[in-house]
Ligand binder design. Structure first.
Ligand code: TEU
Length: 540
């Protein structure tokens, strides 16, 4: 594994385009803004960008409701501007990954407008329409049909998954908002049109794709009721056995992979919705996806545990699943759907735990996905109820406040609006921008920015950190330790989660210090300082 393969050995940086950099002063980030920051990203040391959706969208779900798969929203730029972004990124050795949102379109997509217009429209079957029911023979057992809706399925963002459309007197299915109708992937024309969109972007030089909730593309053809389970929100109170993870997905992935492989070095990573590591692995392989998210550290929706023992259990779980199957894992600590890692684990503005999360992200076995601003330990913003924009936040407040918190503007410097824009941004800037920003952290050798940058450089330099195998080590409480090993080299990663000095004796070997964030490290066997992350390297 010495030949550098960008999506396996590199680091992927997620940009939420509307919040990264605004070039034209409308308060919304855009493509020229991203281009203007490519030197920053190259200097940081990342290998690829994943752009959250930049297609035309009415923004009912902030770009995840696409109204045209083959264009750029004018608020972000143009197709020509996108071509420039790809060329400029490539000039710096940075790959570009697009977000394909193909479980559903916007209700403003031309396909849905046609589909909804008449029951006999040629595109009617491009979506999932069902008549009002009520006379089902099993209606006594069948809770969904009793209410007239086709079944009991729930929308992830609140309410029923069926919307009644009075124009034709039928219901259509939507697993997210009602403005995001699910497409019918069983229709061969839909399948062709969607695959054509991949081709369209690959022809423009796009290197890879992130597939939004891909494992929900197919629904059981009979649309049976999902069985109940315990949960807080309606959607969580069902076992999703009929609306997610249907067997038809595998042949589609085979077809998609063949298409990707007809271009050099293209990549697809799937957002496996509600997935265990086993499920995730089942979608990956040489004739399926290159990778898929298993969200090992972020899936506990409401409580996010954070202690070495729990973390090691999660790591073991993914290693035991991914390693024997020969599937390369991904590591995610933050993204646009979650409270940021620094907000989950850090106390106030202290970055000790945020640095530990960063260290794990960059030293575990797997491709790290870094979320914009994670490198400066950005924290979530807190909004009042009437400021919430995110649909599930609006629906479920106060039990769930939505995802606006992690989508605030990038904090570049301490000028107005944090150097993100010259106008009031679409989401408020976190007030901590005055001290927490790229410019200030660059100048501070102890900052999480310089911590991150140093680790990114070490990953480039030390093959064991990129492709070495993983071996957990026994530690006293409060510590986490593991080895990353190639045939020539071992890296020992040691982390002290606690606020006290801790003793840890490295395994026998000829070690030298590769990295530490402790102030005065005497020698390799001295106690780990509070919250210290120390990396030793041993040549074998
Ligand atoms: O996410 C799937 C999804 O709905 C969850 O991650 C969700 O955000 C979480 O359970 C909180 O409710 C993808 C996208 O990442 C997300 O931004 C979109 O809103 C969603 O699909 C629909 O496209």
């Amino acid at each position: 594994m010495n030949d550098f393969l960008w999506w396996r050995d590199g680091v992927i940086y997620q940009i939420y385009p509307r919040s990264f950099a605004d070039s034209d002063g409308d308060g919304l980030g855009d493509l020229p803004g991203i281009i203007s920051r490519l030197d920053y990203l190259a200097d940081l040391g990342i290998d690829a960008l994943w752009l959250s959706p930049v297609y035309p969208s009415p923004d009912k779900d902030f770009g995840y409701d696409v109204s045209d798969y083959c264009d750029i929203d004018p608020r972000f730029g143009s197709l020509a501007g996108f071509d420039r972004l790809v060329a400029e990124a490539h000039r710096r050795g940075i790959r570009v990954i697009l977000d394909m949102v193909m479980n559903h379109t916007s209700d403003q997509h031309a396909w849905f407008k046609e589909s909804r217009s008449r029951g006999d429209n040629p595109k009617r079957d491009w979506y999932i329409w069902r008549p009002l029911s009520g006379s089902s023979p099993n209606s006594a057992e069948n809770e969904g049909r009793r209410r007239g809706v086709p079944n009991n399925w729930q929308a992830s963002f609140g309410g029923k998954a069926w919307e009644y459309d009075s124009l034709t007197g039928q219901y259509y299915l939507h697993l997210f908002t009602k403005e995001q109708p699910d497409v019918n992937w069983r229709n061969p024309e839909v399948r062709k049109a969607q695959l054509d969109a991949f081709r369209f972007w690959m022809e423009r030089g796009v290197d890879g794709f992130r597939l939004d909730v891909f494992n929900a593309y197919f629904k059981h053809p009979d649309l049976p009721d999902n069985p109940p389970k315990f949960g807080l929100r309606g959607f969580d109170r069902q076992r999703h056995i009929y609306d997610i993870d249907q067997p038809e997905m595998t042949p589609l992935l085979n077809e998609l992979r063949a298409l990707l492989d007809s271009y050099p070095e293209r990549y697809a990573v799937g957002e496996t919705y509600l997935a265990t590591p086993q499920k995730t692995v089942s979608y990956c392989g040489p004739d399926k996806l290159h990778a898929a998210f298993s969200f090992d550290f972020t899936s506990a929706e409401l409580i996010y545990p954070w202690n070495p023992r729990w973390i090691m259990r999660q790591i073991a779980r993914r290693e035991e699943t991914f390693n024997p199957a020969g599937i390369w894992p991904t590591t995610v600590m933050s993204n646009h759907d979650l409270p940021r890692a620094a907000s989950r684990y850090a106390k106030g503005e202290d970055d000790a735990q945020a640095k530990i999360a960063m260290l794990l992200l960059l030293t575990l076995r797997g491709t790290p996905f870094l979320y914009y601003g994670e490198e400066i330990g950005m924290r979530d913003i807190h909004l009042c109820r009437n400021e919430i924009l995110d649909p599930p936040g609006k629906h479920y407040w106060p039990i769930y406040k939505g995802r606006d918190g992690c989508r605030s503007p990038m904090q570049w410097d301490d000028t107005a609006y944090a150097g993100f824009s010259t106008a009031k941004p679409w989401q408020p800037v976190n007030s901590n921008y005055v001290h927490r920003n790229v410019l200030a952290q660059r100048a501070d050798s102890d900052s999480i920015f310089n911590f991150t940058k140093k680790l990114l450089a070490l990953r480039k330099e030390i093959p064991a950190l990129r492709c070495g195998d993983f071996a957990p080590l026994e530690t006293p409480p409060g510590l986490l330790a593991y080895l990353r090993r190639t045939e020539e080299q071992s890296v020992l990663v040691m982390v002290n989660f606690s606020a006290c000095d801790r003793k840890y004796t490295p395994p026998d070997g000829r070690w030298r210090v590769l990295f530490t964030n402790a102030k005065n490290l005497q020698d390799i066997s001295s106690n780990l300082a509070p919250h210290e992350a120390r990396l030793l390297v041993g040549e074998l």
